[in-house]
Design a protein around this ligand. Structure first.
Ligand SMILES: C[S@@+](CC[C@H](N)C(=O)[O-])C[C@H]1O[C@@H](n2cnc3c(N)ncnc32)[C@H](O)[C@@H]1O
Length: 271
């Protein structure tokens, strides 16, 4: 396929119109924003920067960036479906309906380009990364974050579930990995990010893995599993009773567990 011919078939594993999708995206932000903003702060995002937030979801990172870059800076946030972010526009934040893969971005324009939990879902993820890098000014940063919930990582996650429930957690995460794969997503893309960033011509590549220990009742994984109920059960790797057992477990106040591991990776466009 050429630059302009790639798979634009929308096989996104999540239903964007699900009645609790805004709530689910906000719950994802609550879990993963602290590590994202810490890394963006460490890379020096400051007054006057021009930033691009791609696949902005409910928009918390776009709004955080807008506060950080101030009146002299600007933030462009794009999403195929920006319905959950548009209502929060600010003077220096523009939220736009735009497909990363088919619509052009200004070349070499941004000091920072950030995308979280997006590339893993795109079958044309190499092309997507090429576009993120091309939109970054020489010397600017590309920061990409994606989950790693593949293969042996499942056992690592399961180790941090309550005693006696590690096998259940393993079955859950293997079903999640299969549900992602069934929709063309790569559940292990986080692990591949450092090489992918280097392959896209970026320098000073670095990455870190992180996942908070969540208290029972935290909504992110509960809502994600409810949204993915049909694909999770369709693969035959997890039974309906097991899914109910997981949902009951992770809503118990006395329980602590680790959800999806996120990989935050960054690289700089050479000057
Ligand atoms: C899992 S959500 C993550 C949202 C946000 N980045 C976060 O981490 O909080 C992925 C987002 O990417 C958007 N998206 C999917 N494909 C896209 C594309 N080709 N171009 C732009 N946005 C896309 C979806 O609509 C969704 O809002």
């Amino acid at each position: 396929m050429t630059d302009t011919q790639h798979d634009t078939t929308d096989r996104y594993v999540f239903d964007r119109a699900w009645e609790r999708e805004h709530e689910r995206l906000s719950a994802l932000e609550a879990v993963y924003d602290p590590a994202t903003t810490e890394r963006l702060t460490g890379l020096g995002v400051a007054e006057g920067w021009s930033c691009l937030e791609v696949g902005c979801g409910a928009g918390s990172i776009a709004r955080w960036l807008a506060g950080r870059v101030g009146e002299q800076g600007r933030v462009l946030a794009i999403d195929l479906d920006p319905r959950y972010a548009v209502r929060h526009e600010l003077a220096n934040l523009e939220v736009r309906q735009q497909d990363l893969l088919t619509e052009p971005l200004p070349a070499g324009a941004f000091d920072l380009v950030h995308a979280r939990a997006l590339l893993e879902h795109l079958p044309a993820r190499e092309e997507a990364l090429r576009r993120l890098a091309a939109a970054t000014r020489p010397g600017g940063w590309v920061v990409v974050e994606d989950f790693d919930i593949e293969g042996p990582m499942v056992d690592m996650i399961a180790r941090y579930w309550p005693a006696g429930h590690d096998r259940l957690a393993g079955r859950l995460y293997r079903a999640l990995e299969a549900a992602f794969g069934g929709a063309g997503a790569d559940a292990g893309y986080g692990r591949r990010l450092p090489d992918a960033l280097a392959g896209a011509g970026l320098a000073e590549v670095g990455a870190r893995l992180h996942a908070p220990v969540l208290a029972g009742g935290t909504p992110f994984l509960v809502l994600t599993l409810r949204q993915l109920r049909t694909p999770l059960l369709a693969g035959g790797l997890l039974g309906e009773a097991e899914l109910e057992e997981v949902l009951e477990l992770i809503q118990r106040q006395d329980v602590r567990y680790v959800p999806n591991v996120m990989v935050t990776a960054w690289g700089r466009r050479p000057s």
